[in-house]
Design a protein around this ligand. Structure first.
Ligand SMILES: Cc1ncc(COP(=O)(O)O)c(C=O)c1O
Length: 383
C-alpha cells in the first residue's frame, strides 16, 4: 500500500515507511515525526468549514487514507471561550480559553488517542497498554473499547481517584503502582514486550502527536486562518506543544496561514516538577530528569519527557519560553476561573492562567497580544 506520509526521525537521518506498527527510531531511540508527501491545497479550507465538528474534518492533514475510517468518539472542535475577567485583571485586549475539557473523556488526550488507536488497529494491534498521569489512561480505556480491544493502564497510586475510576468505567484494566509516570512507563514497556500489547506511551509511537496537531489546525481555523500571538500550554510530555508547533509549520509551508504569522509558544510547569523550565533557563537543548517530582497537577508530573529536546526547540523557534508556577498559584487560578467565568478547569489549566499573570508581570505578554490559554481537561475529574 502507498501511504501519503512517511516517518522521519526527529533526531537523526533515519526514515521509515508508514506500514505496520512503528514505535521509535531503531537507530537512536528518539520519536518519529510524520512527514506528508504533499500538502493539501488552501482551496480545501472552504470545504473543511462545511464538514462535521470533529478533528477528523482535517483528515487530509492526518495519517489516514481516503478509504479508512477513524476510531472516533467525536473528539475536537472544542470552543474558544473569551475570558473577560482575565482581560480586565491583567489589562489585556483579548484572552481566550481553549476549553479541551469538552472533549470525549474530558480532556485533550482524546485527540491523540483517536489518532493513535486508529493507526495502530489498522496496523494490526489487537491490545494496548499505556503509562498515564490520569487523562491519557481514561482516553485509552475509551478508545480501545471503541476499537473492540483490551487495554492495560499503568498509573501512579497518587493519581486523583476519579481519574482512576473513569478508566474502569470504560473497561480498561488498571494497574495502580508506586512511583511516577516514568516508573509506570517501565512497567508498561515490560508488559508490551511480554504480552504483545501495543504501547501508546507519549512519543513512543508517531501518531498521538498528529492527533494533538489538530489543536493547532483548529486554532488557526478559529482565528480565521491566522494565529494568535501567544499560546500558553501546560507541559508534561509535550505532545500538544510539539503538535501545535508542527501544525503551524505545515500550515505556513502550505500557504494556509500568512507566511509571517507566528504564535509564540509558552510552556508552563509546576515548581514541583519543571525539567523544561530548568533546561530552557540554563540554555540547554535537552531536559534532565527532575528528582522527586511532586505536584497536584498530575499531568505535569513528568520528570523526564522523551520529547524534551523537541519541546525546547518549539519554544525557542517560536520566540516563547518556559515558566514555573507554584501549586498554590495554579490552584488559586483554577478556583478563580471557576467562580468568575464558569469554566471548571483542571489544575493544569489553572497553571496556564497563573503563567499568564507571570508573563504579563515580566513584560513578555503585552496588551495587544491575542492570547490563548489551554484548559487541557475537566476540573471535576480531579475531585
Ligand atoms: C490535563 C493535562 N494537562 C496537561 C498534560 C500534559 O500534556 P502533554 O503531555 O501534552 O505535555 C496532561 C498529561 O497528562 C494532562 O492530563
Amino acid at each position: 500500500m502507498t501511504y501519503h506520509w512517511t516517518l522521519e526521525c526527529s533526531s537523526c537521518d533515519e526514515r521509515h515507511d508508514a506500514s505496520g506498527l512503528p514505535t521509535v527510531c531503531p537507530a537512536c531511540g528518539m520519536p518519529w515525526l510524520v512527514r506528508y508527501r504533499h500538502h493539501p491545497s488552501p482551496d480545501l479550507r472552504d470545504a473543511i468549514a462545511r464538514r462535521g465538528p470533529t478533528m477528523w474534518r482535517y483528515r487530509e492533514w492526518l495519517p489516514i487514507q481516503p478509504d479508512e475510517e477513524p476510531v472516533s468518539l467525536g473528539e475536537g472542535m472544542t470552543p474558544l471561550v473569551r475570558a473577560a475577567s482575565i482581560e480586565q485583571d491583567l489589562g489585556l485586549d483579548e484572552v481566550w480559553i481553549k476549553d479541551e475539557s469538552q472533549n470525549p473523556t474530558g480532556s485533550f488526550k482524546a485527540r491523540g488517542m483517536s489518532a493513535a488507536i486508529t493507526r495502530a488497529t489498522l496496523g494490526g494491534a489487537t491490545a494496548f497498554t499505556v503509562p498515564t498521569a490520569g487523562n491519557a489512561g481514561v482516553a485509552l480505556s475509551a478508545y480501545a473499547t471503541r476499537a473492540g480491544c483490551p487495554a492495560r493502564i499503568f498509573a501512579p497510586r497518587t493519581t486523583p481517584p476519579r481519574l482512576l475510576e473513569q478508566m474502569d468505567v470504560h473497561g480498561g484494566e488498571l494497574i495502580a503502582q508506586d512511583g511516577h509516570i516514568g516508573d509506570c512507563g517501565k512497567a508498561s514497556r515490560a508488559y508490551a514486550r511480554d504480552a504483545g500489547a501495543f504501547d501508546v506511551s507519549t512519543l513512543r509511537e508517531p501518531y498521538r502527536i498528529e492527533g494533538k496537531k489538530t489543536l493547532g489546525l483548529e486554532l488557526a481555523e478559529q482565528f480565521g486562518w491566522d494565529l494568535p500571538e501567544v499560546i500558553i500550554y501546560p507541559t508534561g510530555g509535550g505532545t500538544g506543544l510539539i503538535g501545535m508547533w508542527k501544525a503551524f509549520d505545515e500550515l505556513r509551508a502550505a500557504g494556509w496561514i500568512p507566511a509571517g504569522s507566528n504564535a509564540r509558544l509558552f510552556s508552563v510547569q509546576s515548581t514541583g516538577c519543571a525539567p523544561v523550565v530548568r533546561a530552557f533557563e540554563a540554555d540547554r537543548d535537552r531536559t534532565e530528569a527532575w528528582e522527586d517530582p511532586v505536584t497536584v497537577a498530575s499531568g505535569l508530573r513528568v520528570p523526564a519527557p522523551l520529547g524534551g529536546g523537541l519541546i525546547l526547540r518549539g519554544l525557542r523557534e517560536t520566540g516563547g519560553c518556559a515558566v514555573a508556577v507554584t501549586d498554590t498559584a495554579l490552584e488559586q487560578s483554577q478556583k478563580r476561573l471557576a467562580a468568575a467565568e464558569g469554566i471548571d478547569m483542571c489544575p493544569e489549566g489553572g497553571a496556564s492562567v497563573a503563567a499568564l499573570t507571570e508573563l504579563v508581570r515580566r513584560g513578555i505578554v503585552e496588551r495587544r497580544h491575542r492570547t490563548v490559554l489551554f484548559n487541557t481537561g475537566a476540573g471535576w475529574l480531579y475531585r
